[in-house]
Write a protein that binds this ligand. Sequence first.
Ligand SMILES: Cc1cc2nc3c(=O)[nH]c(=O)nc-3n(C[C@H](O)[C@H](O)[C@H](O)COP(=O)(O)O)c2cc1C
Length: 163
Amino acid sequence: MDAYTCIRTKRDSRAYAGRPISDEALQRILQAGRMAGSSKNTQPWAFVVLRDEARKAELAACGQFAAHVPSAPLVIAVVLTPGGGAFDAGRAAQNMMLAAWAEGITSCPVSMHDQDCAARALGLPAEHRVAIVISFGYPESEASLHRGVVRTPLAELVRYERW
Ligand SMILES: Cc1cc2nc3c(=O)[nH]c(=O)nc-3n(C[C@H](O)[C@H](O)[C@H](O)COP(=O)(O)O)c2cc1C
């Protein structure tokens, strides 16, 4: 899949097949996150990998829309170290999701609405926070990818030279 097709067809989907994600694929996903650029190259992140059923369930309880998380064979929490910015975390997260999708692994970013709960579940050091949790898995079905979702037309988004 070329980069543009990967970006254009990436959907956030929440229904996963039981097929496990190999350690090799996991390493590629993590490397993609690691290679993201960040402000002044501070790399203000750490990635917590969860595969244990009980750990996934504990973390899922910290988000309001995270019911699907325990069913994902792989979950990665993108953690911001002190002073880290949300944009940096977003770049790492999107890199991971696109690298996964390039090899057929779908994903969904998930918010942790209760940050204290998420910090406890992951055993984070002081002043670290969860920027986003990402659930990964092979798609349960073609239909589960929701390809019909629309986006705002470019004509409404783009201005040239001035607003
Ligand atoms: C910052 C952020 C937080 C999100 N949080 C959740 C969440 O808590 N639960 C969830 O199911 N989806 C979550 N999503 C996924 C969005 O619902 C999804 O990106 C949006 O509906 C577009 O979906 P599509 O790419 O499949 O069209 C989140 C996405 C982003 C970017």
